[in-house]
Design a protein around this ligand. Structure first.
Ligand code: UDP
Ligand code: MG
Length: 314
């Protein structure tokens, strides 16, 4: 019988330097927790000794299990793999392998889960990162909040605890480009933020290259917002309107001052007007692309919280 309450999902990419401390901290946590835990360690195609270390611990302590991916798939897919293989009946907690997210918070998260929240996401009170990276994150999160079709909380990463039904819903979303913190928000139900201080990486260096970070940021924008497509149409209409104003202004100058150069106005007008028309056309095509994208992404149409039939909760 499955007695596991919570699965702790830990993606690992070349983390041999932190591994020992990580296992110590996790063992301490699952030894003292008042509920049953399993730890799912995902090796994301590490080129160092991480896979072997996972192998060893899983054979020594059967509360640890390992999912070894065939090559580096990236953090979001590694976590997705972990979620697919998680067995916790109550749900799963996602943490980083570098101990930036203290695993000890599991108890607080769990209490909130038991209180009826389906998602407990951690909010970073302060980041110990370079000024540039911090500002970039701050701008990005605020931009994303402005343009996404629903509320994705600011300053929260993947560190979170999800109820079983949220895990199942996320696993059932087959989209290829995954942005978990958005998918998690998309699922809905009762969600709550939990503020914490983000620690510094315990050892080693960040495994998120700038290009991986940009890819993640792009997924966050394009998977959860129609804004980039809609803005083209709007700009198109604005440009056409502008060309009309430009046209009227030039007629006025012509009649009252007669200082409009011959031929020039018509050329400029044609350029502006037809740029606008092209933008509107692109926007229209974009609308169809958007619909195709939404269709092929094949997300569930809706997520049900509760059904009441024949006077009873189903
Ligand atoms: N990670 C991964 N695959 C990757 C990149 C990172 O599994 O391609 C893991 C990494 O081992 C760590 C977590 O994802 O456990 C977060 O990565 P990192 O700490 O390097 O990111 P940062 O905290 O710098 O944003
Ligand atoms: Mg980190």
């Amino acid at each position: 019988m499955n007695l596991i309450d919570i699965s702790i999902i830990v993606p690992l990419y070349n983390e041999e330097d932190v591994f020992e401390t990580l296992i110590q901290r996790l063992t301490q946590v699952i030894d003292t927790a008042k509920f049953q835990c399993e730890v799912v360690l995902i090796n994301d195609g590490s080129t160092d000794n991480t896979a072997e270390l996972i192998n060893q611990i899983c054979r020594k302590d059967n509360r640890f299990s390992g999912v070894l991916l065939s090559r580096n798939h990236g953090h979001q897919l590694a976590v997705s793999a972990g979620l697919s293989y998680s067995r916790g009946k109550k749900g799963a907690m996602i943490i980083d392998g570098d101990l930036q997210d203290p695993p000890e918070l599991i108890n607080e998260f769990y209490n909130l889960l038991i209180d009826g929240y389906d998602v407990v996401y951690a909010i970073r009170k302060n980041r110990k990162e370079s000024f540039f990276k911090k500002s970039a994150y701050s701008v990005y999160y605020r931009l994303q909040k402005k343009i996404s079709s629903f509320n994705i909380p600011i300053d929260s990463g993947d560190f979170s605890m999800l109820s079983r039904r949220v895990v199942d819903t996320i696993v059932s979303m087959p989209e290829q480009s995954r942005y978990l913190r958005g998918m998690r928000a998309w699922v809905g139900y009762k969600q709550i933020g939990f503020e914490y201080d983000r620690d510094e990486r315990h050892a080693g260096e960040t495994k998120y290259s700038w290009s991986k970070l940009f890819e993640l940021a792009f997924n966050g924008i394009f998977n959860f917002s129609d804004f980039p497509v809609k803005i083209i149409t709007r700009l198109g209409f604005f440009t056409v309107l502008f060309s009309l104003i430009y046209f009227l202004y030039n007629i006025y100058r012509k009649i009252y001052y007669d200082d409009v150069p011959q031929g020039f106005t018509a050329t400029i007008l044609a350029i502006i007007l037809f740029s606008g028309v092209q933008m509107i056309s692109l926007g229209l095509i974009g609308e169809y692309v958007l619909r195709i994208y939404n269709q092929v992404r094949n997300r569930p149409l809706f997520v049900v919280d509760k059904i009441i039939q024949d006077g009873l909760d189903k």
